[in-house]
Design a protein around this ligand. Sequence first.
Ligand SMILES: [Zn+2]
Length: 306
Amino acid sequence: MQITRRTLLSGAAAGIATAAIRPRMAWAASSFSVGGMEVTTLSDGFLTQPADFMFAPMPQSELAAYLASRGMDRAAPLTPPCNLTLVRHEGRVILFDAGSGTGFMDSVGDLPDALAAMGVDPGDITHVVFTHGHADHLWGVLDDFDEPFFFNAEHLMGRVEYDYWADPATIDTIAQDRVPMAAGAKRRLDLVGEQFTLFEDGAEVLPGVIARATFGHSPGHMSFALADAGQAAMVIGDAILNDHTAFAHPDWPIGADSDTEAAARVRAGLLDQLATDHMTMIGFHLPGGGVGHVERHEGAYRFVPA
Ligand SMILES: [Zn+2]
């Protein structure tokens, strides 16, 4: 066996999982099949966000009443889970998004442990398919030596999204509080370099994996339909961002969306389709491993975990 820095690193990561430093368990939340595709969601941990990051642009008096009805505290920090999707299909091992890595927040970065718990080595991943370039989805592409963590994988991202984060002008035009995220994205895209392949809306990026433009949460956000042998599911990414306001009040603007109006239009279309088709979906920040379906409820929708 050839010992590389990467195998030493993944060994170190496995060691951390058993130490008391990070008591949360690595876990694989849910597995199901879509035809011949074996689909598993993996936890990268959870984000810790100020409530205003989500709630600031919403109609405040209606929001207060709604949150009270759900027993939620308007001021409490939000702690949404981060669910990555792993698909094994015809010899390919496909990861949707790369997680946060070690440089973003203490409460995320569990993906290497979750993969190890499944017996998956970073070198086993053949493709990393990105929904978008935000830190919790992209920053895990590099190891602690700034080399690609999924070193054998082709990395695939929608062209609009890639061009936005790769553009040096983005750092000057993005909201001030997002400058570190833009700088971090550009640095990672530059370092991964030629391992990136770009695709357009509607492309079958891999057999049975069809890209669908869901621009709004980020400028070029993509969702993906998984389709095989007459079955289908959707990897939603952040196009339906939370399990509360996004379903019950899909028209309310969400602070974390970069274009709140476009994101609301996309959300309305997705919810209608998912409820009509009763299609299994995976939401990156939804509870229960993110796997479930959409039901119509009281004039809007609700998320029903699997
Ligand atoms: Zn996210």
